[in-house]
Each structure stands twice: as structure tokens, then as C-alpha cells.
Write a protein that binds this ligand. Sequence first.
Ligand SMILES: [Fe+2]
Length: 228
Amino acid sequence: MKRSQVNDIIRQADAFLKRLRFELPPFARWTAEDWRAKGPEAAEIVENQLGWDITDFGSGNFEKVGLFLFTLRNGAVENLKTGCGKVYAEKAMIVLPEQVTPMHFHWNKMEDIINRGGGTLAIELHNAAPDETLADTDVVVSMDGVRRTVPAGTIVELAPGESITLETYMYHAFWAVGEPTLVGEVSTVNDDAADNRFLVPVGRFPTIEEDELPLRLLVGDYESYYQG
Ligand SMILES: [Fe+2]
């Protein structure tokens, strides 16, 4: 992706979040220059990969296959292993109408996906077979505390306020319907480097073509700017 496109997406996301009165934490506003001046006090943000995260999953077409994310909080894989410390994570995402996040599951992360406002969120569900292809078995899901059993490949729709619990090894792909949608994710520790099993392999973090200066750093930029 080009840096100019990433900057545009950040500007649009910022305006959308303001419209929905969803406030981001202070580090969302740190510039590249701010980051160069940060010391060990900011290590948690870098180590646990908090912040701006924009991806086109290698598609070259963000509006069609892509996702805007901001990781608000996250622990480390070590926390999950030991059961101590920050074992949880929270993200905000913006999903555009018909913009697909490709079919994937997580080996370790269990997550609640929440429609926090805007349009409708559609989610296609499958169990993973033992060989990690799509199983044709019924899927048992909990939606806001109510258990439902649906056939493989069912597309469930979440209206604003509604949520779904996605267990490990439960394949899911999602997109918005009608309007851009603010989506929350509350989960166990998030490890985007090693815990996304895409049905068809895709790139999780884009390579950035630097055609202008970054408005904000993405999580993938920290290593180039943060000296610790
Ligand atoms: Fe997921």
C-alpha cells in the first residue's frame, strides 16, 4: 500500500470515529517525531503492538478486501500461557460495506465481535476440519449470551449493539452491509504475527511504499522509529 493511501484511511477513520463519539487513547495522536523521542516508558505499546493497523491483506484493493483496526489494549503471549497479567485485548475496527476480511480462524485467540454502530455486520461461519479446511458440520455459536446452532456457511447479521462469540478453530469472514460499521473486538491476547489461520494464505501486514511522510505510525512502523 502507498503511504498516501494509509494517511487518507487514517484521516477518514478519525472523522468516522469522531462522528460515532468513539475516543482513541493519547498514543493515537503521536506523530513520527513524537515516537522518535519516546523511551522505555512506551515499550508496552510496541511490544504488545497497540495502535494503528491498516491492511489490504495483500489484495491491492483496500475497499474490496481490507480492514482498518486500532488495537487499544493487548497482553503478551506469555500472559496467556501463564494466565497472569494482561490476558485480554481490545480492538476497534471499521468495516466498509462489502469490504471483506477473508476467511480465517485463530488457534489461540477467542474473541467477541461487537457491532458498535453504523450499518449491519455480516459474518460467515464454519467450523475448521481437523486438516484446517472448512468443515460441513453445524456451527454452535453464542450471540449475546444466547446459544444458536446454524448450518455450515451460515451468514449471521449483527445489528448495532449485537455481538457474537467466536471460539478458537471457528472460521469466520466478515463485511458490512449498508453503512460503514464500527466494530469492537474483545478477546484473549492477540498475536497477529502467529495466530491467524487464513483459509487462503494472505499477507496480514502490508508493505508500505513511502510516497509521502506518515501522518501516524502503523504498528509495523515502530521498529523504524522507536529507539526504546
Ligand atoms: Fe478473527
